[in-house]
Design a binder for this molecule. Structure first.
Ligand code: CP
Ligand code: NVA
Length: 305
């Protein structure tokens, strides 16, 4: 059966452990992997903009000896009505893997269902698993482990919140989500994350009080208040998310050595103050760098010769 990387809920803790170990090796000894995907092509479908995902996948596959093919929103026939099923079947005749950034999660799942090559979720409205693999790598580097740590996510119950719930639960972390009323994480994702946490010794907490959510956290995480595709809600969300900014005052509720993470792009003065994201507790650029190493691990695992 073709393996994919669509959701951290689909991966066992052992598989994710192996990916994190491989990502560490790749980061330490990149030349060792210079031929791992020699001659392989990764098609990269983007229905939305990207800095990190696009550049880290394209350079990542190049560093593994392969090539990346950028397929932007108007480059292929999807936007003119060609189906996901046909796109998947055609691409599978040419390339060795597909990375896709989409709106509807069903589209990336559909590529996996109808194609015959591995599919990697480069962000959907529901999930962002590549980001969280890099986040877990970063936390492990900075904190020396994952199990038992408290990760406090503050903000919208969006794709980032969902993947952090799954990723944290997989490694026995306590994941707390603080969100404004009306912006809770998806109920099915919460149920699944709680099931996973129950099997790993982790815990899931949800609150509308950010100070309670961040209390004694080892890692504080936030994301934009209006995700890609929600630009029209931006001004309404600015009002609804008041009090949910990660600033020095809120960081004061976390442990004194707490790490600050953000998937980026960030909006200073909205979800995070400049003082925090540019301050000594922030590891956002190490986190962004780890996208490269973590995704190279995913590609080696799914596409290597
Ligand atoms: N964090 C992240 O996925 O960034 P991009 O949208 O720039 O790819
Ligand atoms: N929640 C954000 C994440 C960007 C990496 C979005 O979907 O736009």
């Amino acid at each position: 059966m073709t393996r994919h990387f669509l959701s951290l809920a689909d991966q066992s803790t052992e598989e994710l452990r192996a990916l994190l170990d491989l990502a560490r090796q790749i980061k330490l000894f990149p030349p060792t992997f210079a031929e791992a995907c020699a001659g392989k092509t990764l098609a990269m479908i983007f229905q939305k903009p990207s800095l990190r995902t696009r550049v880290s996948f394209q350079t990542g596959i190049f560093q593994l000896g392969g090539q990346g093919l950028y397929l932007g929103p108007t480059d292929i026939q999807l936007h003119r009505g060609e189906t996901i099923a046909d796109t998947a079947q055609v691409l599978s005749r040419y390339v060795d893997g597909i990375m896709a950034r989409v709106f509807a999660h069903a589209d990336v799942a559909g590529l996996a269902e109808h194609g015959t090559v591995p599919v990697i979720n480069g962000l959907s409205d529901l999930l962002h698993p590549c980001q969280v693999l890099a986040d877990l790598q970063t936390i492990e580097e900075k904190k020396g482990g994952l199990r038992g740590l408290k990760l406090a996510y503050v903000g919208d119950g969006n794709n980032m919140a969902h993947s952090l719930l799954y990723g944290g639960a997989r490694f026995g972390m306590t994941v707390s989500i603080s969100h404004p009323r009306g912006y809770a994480p998806d109920a099915d994702v919460l149920t699944r994350a709680r099931e996973i946490a129950a099997s790993t010794g982790g815990a899931i907490q949800v609150t509308e009080d950010p100070r309670e959510g961040v209390e004694a956290a080892d890692v504080v995480y936030t994301d934009v208040w209006a995700s890609m595709g929600q630009e029209g809600e931006h001004s309404e969300r600015l009002k609804r998310f008041e009090g949910f900014q990660v600033n020095a005052d809120l960081m004061g509720c976390a442990r004194p050595d707490a790490l600050f993470l953000h998937c980026l792009p960030a909006h200073r003065g909205e979800e995070v103050s400049a003082e925090v994201i540019d301050g000594p507790q922030s590891a956002v650029f190490d986190e962004a760098e780890n996208r490269l190493h973590a995704q190279k691990a995913i590609m080696v695992r799914l596409m290597a010769r």
